[in-house]
Design a protein around this ligand. Structure first.
Ligand SMILES: *[C@@H]1O[C@H](CO)[C@@H](O)[C@H](O)[C@H]1NC(C)=O
Ligand SMILES: *[C@@H]1O[C@H](CO)[C@@H](O)[C@H](O)[C@H]1NC(C)=O
Ligand SMILES: *[C@@H]1O[C@H](CO)[C@@H](O)[C@H](O)[C@H]1NC(C)=O
Ligand SMILES: *[C@@H]1O[C@H](CO)[C@@H](O)[C@H](O)[C@H]1NC(C)=O
Length: 843
């Protein structure tokens, strides 16, 4: 009974390779693949060398990164030496997460492989495509099944890019050892069957990877896919009729047989060959009538004269496709040449496998589970019983191991499988909106200071795209933006770091930043259509346009202007209890930001979005939106008027308070004023951070002051032309405030609350230099960008802003912490607020 069971199990697993079971991690993650066996065409730094390209590991700088930015024409690879021929069925890739400081990943890649280390073959899928779609973020591993699988020893993962990008990869490969040891087969190319009333059936070997037509390679006959009884329909791959078989027609091949040659990795003693063959005799297809195999002990020797002959029992009753097992009498060889004789007009094979002595006799293809080897010879009747007992015990152990193994296999299999069936990456409609919901790479940290890592919830419904769409109807309706894999560079498709992480804010995924109507609007805006935004989403009231009386122009930009206006009857309009804006005598003064009527629809969209965002913000240190005029063009938003203008202008016209300034009546500020300003900015930013709102452009120029020197954070983008030298233009498109930007924002386009903290540090520095100097004024824009590279490299060559003469050293230490390379080391806004507040009260 046990023996029978064992045989059944064995015949199932040992008959030939089963790609559905051959899915074991090959050892990148757990280190069975040694560092020495992982090489690369190049590496950016020692800390991003090939040995760091292990899936789910966070060593070095968190991944393998090839040197420099990857150009579309570049071929950079991570090469794995699997040491033995391996049947590779699955590849998983991941980007460089590096505890959330990484931002590089390979959006696409391809594979080259080599069985001998010399001849490299590019993998193609069954329809001839080389490119595999890879990652969409830095931490989620994307698992891809290889159809067809690869039989190889060396594997290269080659990131592919459409635009210039930095890429980094972590990988794992899955599969099992290729115990057949077959390195190549050759055969006549399969033919095409054309019969009236049937589809044209191509029986060629379409995945063959040899040098010539069916010479020196492997293909469909070793891919583990077995054809069906009817050879016409293909299995799962929507390809062409007859796909799963390689077939030949007798009369087109003179001699009445098909000759195939098989080469192996080394000399083996062959026990059998199994040929999966079609037997649809109604259409003239039968298994071979006989086969004759000759052996070659060494690759360069002659064929041995005495072949192994085998005749099949022909079956005219059962049309099932079947394995024909050909005993090979333990003959030894490194190559075989077999002639399969026709039994009918056609002969069709879908798979050929070889069994040789070197296989573990009992183990299923689970190589890393150490099975005891079967006992050797049991001689003599006296020991026979003992032997039987031993065998039975062993069988019990083996069965247990097999069952256990199958359980483990299932567990091992499940993860990648499930991912495959429903790629975990949930893409929400637009390229700027690739919201990826996954299990977190690290468990959420519990600490008082909110960490900056974006940790995703494990709630199962967040794995389900449909559930999400229901929750985010706006997003599900929005149009596709560009091709599915538009390169999300900073100018177009920056993911909204601020909103991915927690449930209460998912409704605000469309909140991007305070950027308004600047022509240079470089920040990603999800593709929520204007229609879905207007009217219904705007929670502030429509103000009668005719009651806005123009006073003067405050600023101007590509898409609009900011005017100072008198708002007649605004107090009544806003109603009782509404905090009244600044009053000039009887008139209420407001700032009116107005979009040009001919602005692009993108600018309109952004404008409405800014309205929507601002209407939800309610904090004493954030500029307040009072009302809007959106029922007709031009679109306007009405905000508080800040009489003292922006902080940059304000401070640059003042001296620090002293007896001299008093004596000469020079406009001045005290240290206490400066500290009070810093506290207010920290307070406003603390509020934004509590909403997971990323400002992205915090600077003194975006902090406004009213008459009482209350600071309100804003972004009057339209007046930016005053500060155009603060922004850096990339190819005329993006305008980036690089001197305020954290290194990861410059290099990786990553904007988070932590990068706002960096900008806060720069803003503090501006305040304590009284805005007399641009940050890094001695560096050119290019040098600033280089400097952020030094921050990334962290080899002590980065340049920090220097201690401003007015600045207390404790405060400078705080600034320096804001400029920590690792975002974990930067303080949060609430801790900044806590740290600054006592100083302000002090003096
Ligand atoms: C091959 O890859 C392309 C692109 O990734 C894909 O569209 C196609 O469906 C794949 N073909 C098969 C048979 O898997
Ligand atoms: C095999 O036949 C199909 C269908 O006729 C054809 O598209 C494909 O290119 C052929 N493949 C090879 C490798 O010849
Ligand atoms: C093959 O069999 C021969 C004797 O039959 C033995 O000497 C040899 O070691 C075997 N080779 C392998 C690779 O098992
Ligand atoms: C196959 O072809 C050979 C030579 O043309 C012929 O002698 C033989 O009878 C054919 N076999 C079958 C089964 O038709």
């Amino acid at each position: 009974m046990l023996l029978f069971l064992l045989l059944v199990l064995n015949s199932k697993t040992n008959a030939q390779i089963d790609p559905a079971l051959c899915r074991y991690p090959l050892g990148m993650e757990d280190g069975r693949i040694k560092n020495d066996d992982i090489t690369a065409s190049s590496q950016w730094y020692d800390t991003t060398g090939p040995q760091y390209g292990r899936l789910n590991r966070e060593e070095g700088d968190g991944a393998w990164c090839p040197a420099g930015q990857l150009q579309p024409s570049d071929v950079q690879y991570l090469q794995l030496d699997l040491r033995h021929l391996t049947f590779v069925t699955v590849v998983a890739t991941q980007g460089r997460y590096a505890r959330s400081s990484g931002n590089e990943f390979a959006r696409k890649y391809r594979l080259d492989y080599s069985r001998d280390g010399h001849r490299w073959i590019s993998w193609r899928n069954r329809s001839g495509n080389e490119i595999i779609v890879g990652n969409v973020n830095t931490y989620a591993s994307v698992v891809k099944d290889l159809h067809p699988p690869i039989i190889t020893r060396f594997l290269r993962l080659i990131p592919v890019t459409d635009a210039v990008h930095t890429v980094c990869m972590r990988v794992e490969v899955f599969g099992c050892p290729w115990q057949d040891g077959l390195t190549a087969y050759s055969a006549p190319e399969g033919q095409t069957m054309m019969a009236p009333g049937y589809p044209i059936t191509s029986l060629n070997d379409s995945t063959y990877d040899g040098v010539l037509e069916l010479l020196g390679g492997l293909g469909q006959m070793t891919d583990g896919v077995i054809g069906q009884d009817d050879f016409v329909p293909m299995l799962q791959y929507q390809l062409w009729p007859g796909y799963d078989y390689v077939g030949w027609r007798n009369d087109s091949l003179g001699p009445g047989y098909v000759e195939m040659e098989f080469q192996f990795d080394r000399q083996r003693n062959f026990t059998s060959m199994k040929v999966h063959s079609n037997n649809m005799f109604s259409r003239g297809v039968k298994v071979f009538s006989s086969v004759s195999c000759a052996f070659k002990p060494h690759l360069i020797s002659e064929w041995e004269t005495e072949p192994v002959e085998f005749s099949t029992v022909l079956d005219d009753r059962n049309p099932s496709a079947r394995y024909v097992t050909v005993p090979l009498e333990r003959r030894s060889g490194t190559a075989l040449r077999c002639r399969f004789f026709f039994a009918d007009t056609w002969m069709m094979f879908s798979e050929i496998s070889f069994q040789s002595d070197t296989q573990p006799p009992t183990a299923p293809r689970a190589p890393w589970i150490g099975l005891p080897t079967a006992p050797g010879k049991c001689g003599g009747t006296s020991v026979l019983i003992g032997c039987l007992v031993t065998i039975i015990l062993l069988l019990v152990v083996i069965i247990f191991l097999i069952l256990w193994c199958q359980y483990v296999c299932k567990v091992l299999e499940k993860a990648p499988r499930r991912i495959l069936e429903e790629e975990v990456t949930v893409r929400l409609s637009s390229c700027s909106d690739t919201i990826v919901l996954q299990t977190p790479p690290v468990p959420p940290r519990m600490s008082l200071d909110p960490p900056y890592e974006r940790v995703f919830l494990l709630d199962p419904q967040y794995q389900d795209p449909a559930a999400l769409r229901v929750k985010l109807p706006e997003l599900s309706q929005s149009a596709e933006c560009g091709g599915g894999y538009a390169e999300p560079d900073v100018t177009q498709c920056t993911p909204h770091q601020g909103f991915q992480n927690s449930v209460p804010h998912y409704a605000e995924t469309d909140i991007v930043n305070l950027q308004g109507v600047t022509g240079s609007n470089m920040y990603a805006v999800p593709a929520v259509t204007v229609d879905s935004l207007t009217r219904k989403d705007i929670s502030v009231a429509e103000f009668p346009r005719e009651h806005l009386i123009f006073r003067e122009k405050l600023g101007e930009g590509q898409f609009g202007e900011v005017h100072l206006c008198e708002a007649e009857g605004l107090a009544e309009f806003l109603g009782e209890g509404a905090p009244l804006p600044e009053q000039d005598g009887r008139a209420v003064l407001v700032a009116v930001k107005q979009l040009r009527a001919d602005a692009t629809s993108n600018a309109r969209n952004d404008f409405l979005k800014e309205i929507k965002i601002m209407s939800r913000l309610n904090d004493p240190n954030i500029i307040r939106l009072l009302c809007v005029c959106v029922h007709s063009d031009p679109l306007c938003m009405v905000t508080e008027y800040m009489e003292n203008g922006d902080l940059n202008m304000f401070l640059s016209q003042r001296e620090i308070e002293s007896t001299l300034t008093h004596a000469n009546n020079i406009p001045s500020v005290s240290m206490a004023d400066l500290l009070h300003m810093a506290v207010q900015i920290a307070s406003g930013m603390k509020y934004l951070a509590s909403l997971n709102f990323v400002h992205r452009d915090l600077a003194t120029r975006n902090c406004l002051l009213d008459r009482q020197l209350t600071i309100k954070i804003s972004d009057f983008g339209m007046s930016r032309n005053l500060y155009s030298s603060d922004y850096y233009r990339i190819q005329g498109r993006a305008v980036l405030p690089i001197r305020w930007m954290a290194w990861e924002s410059i290099l990786l386009g990553k904007f988070t609350t932590a990068s706002d903290v960096w900008a806060f540090g720069v803003t503090l520095w501006e305040i304590f230099t009284l805005c007399r100097e641009q940050p890094y004024s001695l560096l050119t824009d290019e040098q600033v960008i280089e400097n952020s590279g030094e921050f990334f490299r962290n080899q002590g060559r980065q340049i920090y802003l220097s201690l401003p003469p007015l600045c207390p050293s404790s405060l400078f230490e705080l600034m320096m912490r804001c400029w920590s390379r690792d975002i974990r080391d930067r303080p949060s806004f609430s801790s900044l607020y806590q740290a600054l507040r006592p100083h302000a009260h002090h003096s």
